[in-house]
Design a protein around this ligand. Structure first.
Ligand code: SF4
Ligand code: SF4
Length: 276
């Protein structure tokens, strides 16, 4: 039996027995090679679930939809390792109770789907640990090749050119599982902290503020740069910040549901040399 069939069978059993109220998974998209999130609430619908190498979206962001988990019922969700990392962060930031989740873990190796053992976030600790060294290959290669060989001025010009394309649609924010605030600072106009216009200053402010907000929180799932309609390589910025956070604080985001947020926690014996 294929992994897709195994997970459909499990989804059917869980829904039929009332163990979960919903399964969040992937269904056919608008074209043959695309997949879209689907929300299954009846055992009769599980045949709509698809699991193949095109299932790349990190679905964890749907778990913090307003009211979804407030009735304390359980929800099953298809997650790749990045998705499990995101759930750990959401739990650590008190956005959800991971005990309410049944995880259908999977990964894509080459063109093959591999099932990941476990149901609860804690059971994926080894998989996440193994990502420390390997993730994310593509972003890392691009970063080294394209950016790290540049002088600071060339690098600044490179990002200036990329950010100039930004149209302030905020699709990156909407697609990101770590951007769950009901009201984002950039939507506030009294006071207006970040310029809302899509011009050089406003675009820089927006993208740099977002990069810092995601430092030590980004799981490098790529939802943001896939959503960006003008193809700004957003994951490169986030990957660079993740490297800094790993090197400076030995912090790999999303390793456990009790991991303290790196830029929002302190120790009493911190040296405070960073305070100017
Ligand atoms: S910033 Fe982008 S890559 Fe990082 S968690 Fe958010 S969507 Fe995923
Ligand atoms: S998705 Fe792209 S264009 Fe839209 S706000 Fe984000 S960076 Fe700008």
């Amino acid at each position: 039996m294929s992994i897709e069939e195994q997970y459909r069978t499990r989804a059917k059993e869980l829904l039929a027995g009332g163990a979960v109220k919903m399964v969040i998974g992937y269904g056919k998209g608008t074209t043959g090679e695309r997949r879209r999130p689907i929300f299954i609430t009846s055992p009769d619908e599980v045949e709509r679930l698809v699991l193949d190498e095109a299932c790349i979206t990190n679905l964890s962001g749907y778990l913090v939809s307003e009211g979804l988990l407030s009735d304390e019922k359980r929800v099953a969700v298809f997650l790749r390792p990045e998705g499990v990392r995101a759930v750990n962060i959401l739990a650590a930031e008190s956005q959800l109770d991971s005990d309410q989740l049944v995880i259908f873990g999977f990964d894509v190796v080459g063109n093959e789907i591999k099932a990941l053992k476990g149901i609860h976030v804690e059971e994926f600790a080894d998989v996440i640990e193994s990502l420390k060294e390997s993730a994310p290959g593509v972003a890392k290669e691009l970063l080294l090749e394209k950016i790290e060989s540049m002088s600071p001025q060339e690098r600044f010009s490179y990002w200036q050119g990329e950010f100039a394309k930004c149209i302030k649609c905020y699709a990156c924010r909407q697609a990101c599982p770590m951007c769950y605030c009901r009201r984002c600072i950039v939507d506030s106009n009294q006071p207006q902290w970040v310029n809302t216009s899509s011009h050089s200053l406003g675009n820089f402010e927006w993208n740099i503020v977002r990069a810092f907000h995601l430092s030590g929180r980004c799981v490098e799932c790529g939802n943001c740069d896939r959503a960006c309609p003008v193809n700004i390589p957003l994951r490169l910025i986030n990957h660079r910040m993740a490297e800094e956070v790993l090197g400076t604080f030995d912090h790999f985001a999303g390793t456990s549901k009790t991991q303290e947020p790196v830029l929002a926690s302190f120790k009493k014996d911190d040296s405070e040399t960073f305070i100017l």
